[in-house]
Ligand binder design. Structure first.
Ligand code: GCU
Length: 667
């Protein structure tokens, strides 16, 4: 009995320990460090953090002497850094800090350190939090907001708040993220009032030493809603003055405030078009107010209206005519695809179209359409595919990455945004593996040429490797299979949710399970799945060719022709661009219907294989994380079955063709 009790106690303490370790440390769980001496050429709060990080995390030669030097070097850009055999050199204090995190990352992952210069791809690497001031998060699946509480009385800043914000800022800095929009794009106008601005200032104060700037989503109607003005017309002098005064007030509190993010004339939000003005009129007015302080406006291109016009075409049509009319401190923030963060979309044709306007990509880290925090989906492969997409803006080599990072044409400012997946959950993101998406966003924002393979490799080593002695065995039996699972996970989700270019066929509102059938009469057509899949007795898919909505013509050649022709359109975009007959012969010889069945079936089996892979790595993972991931994979597997069965049985009503025998029967 005593034995049982004592072993239970030991287990209890072990799990408490692991819980503490697994809590907020994310990928920053550095193990035992060796002694090192650090010499800084400059003393500041930032370089002091860099020094401390080295002292705490050094795993290089014991007793080594490292120099941190702040010194101008023309080849180093922005907050970039130079790694030298002696240490880190940068033009800014922050550059030194980024260099230190990189050095430590190399040591902790066992990668060799190649001396060289490391410049960021984008100047601003920003998380967009869709957090409401009542503490809820739109499309957030990891608990409540880390910034906001549910009532105005609880706006008092506590020590626990500050600690959490510092931990968050440190995690961001460790992967190069240098900005955070603290409130929902569907903004509440009163974020700009004193009571909230005080809390924004307190957050900014905690972020500053880690180089993370705060930004706010601003509601276009704020001059009326909180300023009492009769109009919000961007050309009205009283409105202009109101924004100028508001901006002045903000900068007096937060001298390094980043600027505004604006969702205007989109999904019911107010905007300049309410006054017969253009997006440029609205954005420029705000940009002029921010300009004297170095602030920017990130103006979203996520616009579409309930019309018969194909939703995928609308942003391009609204924004392209305004090319060249925006101030140089305005950046148009464009979602990766032309519809809405679907499991797979072609890139938005605005990338590669606007040539005189800075564009910034917006990706979604939170998994609104990819299984929330229940499905294991490593999104890096999706973003890599997107960033490497050829737009042909200036011929071959004009990737989305190059159209946005200033390397194709000069841009005053460059930026990239990711909709955050962070909440109060003890593991920050709801799913252990969802942390890898936060990590991947930061790494790709710093270097948009990185591969997902490298990112997954780094993240797994930093997050799961317990001591450096775990070498070949750990690599073969944990690292390799788990990395492969991560790299396959997005394609698996596409397969069991929306293969072959299907999109927007999820269930209503919560956007989680399958719902290709959902079409209440009272609902806007462009919010219902049948509008997107167009299934009928002839076939399935949205005709965006020259005989359909002609969205293909928004792409440069040779993409225009490639997508327009059903024979050359890549399989992964087939039903995005074409209404395809059920018996159409695919490139591999299968009929469309059979191929659809195979893809859904494959997706389901991929998830079942993930379950097997995970069960096998149990010896390498602490009990808590093992069980959490195992249980989530079970749910994912059940959900994949539901997606497959639901979609195939629904589409079968139109195809009237049998489900091939080798495919698992619906349950
Ligand atoms: C999607 C999402 C909304 C969000 C919107 C946006 O439509 O479902 O919750 O507000 O995107 O990006 O503005």
């Amino acid at each position: 009995m005593i034995k049982i009790v004592s072993s239970c106690l030991i287990l209890f303490f072990l799990s408490v320990n692991l819980q503490a370790e697994n809590g907020h440390s994310l990928w920053l769980r550095s193990q035992s460090s060796s002694p090192v001496s650090v010499i800084c050429s400059k003393k500041s709060i930032v370089t002091e953090i860099a020094r401390q990080e080295l002292l705490n995390g050094w795993q290089g030669q014991p007793g080594a002497s490292i120099k941190l030097i702040v010194k101008q070097d023309k080849q180093v850009k922005g907050d970039g850094y130079k790694l030298t055999p002696e240490g880190v050199q940068a033009n800014t204090d922050l550059g030194v800090l980024y260099g230190v995190y990189d050095l430590l990352r190399h040591q902790q992952t066992g990668e060799t350190i190649n001396p060289g210069i490391f410049n960021p791809s984008y100047e601003r690497r920003v998380l967009n939090h869709w957090d409401n001031q009542d503490g809820t998060i739109e499309r957030g699946y990891a608990g409540r907001s880390i910034f906001w509480r549910n009532t105005k009385d609880s706006l008092n800043v506590t020590e626990a708040d500050k600690k959490l914000w510092r931990e968050y800022a440190r995690a961001n800095a460790s992967v190069g993220i240098n900005g955070a929009v603290l409130n929902n794009v569907n903004a509440n106008a009163d974020i700009l009032t004193d009571v909230y601005l005080k809390r924004v200032k307190a957050i900014a104060d905690e972020f500053r030493p880690y180089g993370v700037k705060v930004y706010l989503s601003a509601k276009f109607s704020a001059p009326s809603q909180v300023g009492g003005l009769k109009t919000c017309d961007p050309l009205d002098p009283t409105v202009i003055k109101w924004w100028q005064a508001k901006v002045k007030e903000i900068y007096a509190m937060i001298p390094d405030f980043g600027g505004f993010l604006v969702k205007a004339n989109s999904e019911g939000q107010p905007g300049p078009q309410d006054y017969k003005r253009t997006h440029a009129d609205g954005a420029n007015m705000m940009a002029d107010a921010l300009k004297p302080y170095g602030g920017i406006v990130m103006w979203r291109a996520f616009v579409y209206s309930a019309s018969d016009n194909d939703r995928a075409k609308q942003a391009y049509e609204e924004f392209l005519p305004l090319d060249g009319q925006f101030r140089d401190n305005v950046i148009i923030q464009v979602k990766n695809g032309p519809v809405d963060f679907q499991p797979r979309e072609p890139f938005s044709p605005l990338f590669g179209a606007m040539k005189k306007t800075s564009l910034m990509p917006e990706v979604q880290i939170t998994q609104e359409y990819l299984g929330h925090s229940i499905h294991l989906v490593f999104l890096s492969t999706m973003w890599e595919e997107f960033l490497k997409s050829e737009t042909y803006q200036e011929g071959e080599g004009s990737t989305v990455a190059r159209c946005t990072d200033g390397s194709l044409f000069p841009q005053k400012h460059t930026a990239i945004a990711g909709v955050a997946n962070v909440g109060l959950d003890v593991n920050w993101c709801g799913h252990q593996f969802a942390q890898s998406n936060w990590y991947a966003f930061g790494r790709l924002a710093w270097d948009n040429k990185l591969t997902s393979d490298q990112i997954a490799d780094e993240w797994l080593k930093l997050t799961f490797k317990r001591n450096v002695a775990e070498t070949t065995d750990w690599q073969d039996n944990f690292l390799k299979p788990v990395k492969q699972m991560m790299l396959d996970s997005r394609e698996a989700a596409v397969n069991y949710m929306m293969p072959l270019g299907l999109h927007h066929i999820m269930s209503a509102n919560e956007h989680y399970g399958p719902g290709p059938w959902w079409a209440p009469k009272r609902m806007r057509k462009d919010w219902t799945p049948p509008y997107y899949h167009q299934a009928d007795t002839v076939g399935v898919g949205f005709d965006r060719t020259h005989t359909g909505s002609d969205a293909v013509s928004q792409y440069h050649e040779p993409l225009h022709t490639l997508f327009d022709n059903i024979q050359t359109c890549p399989d992964e975009y087939l039903l995005w661009f074409h209404h395809v007959p059920w018996s159409f012969k695919m490139k591999n010889g299968c009929t469309l219907w059979n191929e659809l069945c195979y893809r859904y079936n494959k997706g389901l089996h991929q998830v079942r294989d993930f379950q097997k892979i995970w069960d096998k790595v149990q010896p390498y993972v602490d009990g808590e994380r093992f069980v959490q991931v195992q249980s989530k994979l079970r749910s994912q597997s059940r959900n994949a079955q539901l997606w497959k069965d639901g979609c195939l049985l629904y589409f079968q009503q139109f195809s009237k063709m049998p489900i091939p025998y080798e495919i698992e029967r619906p349950v």
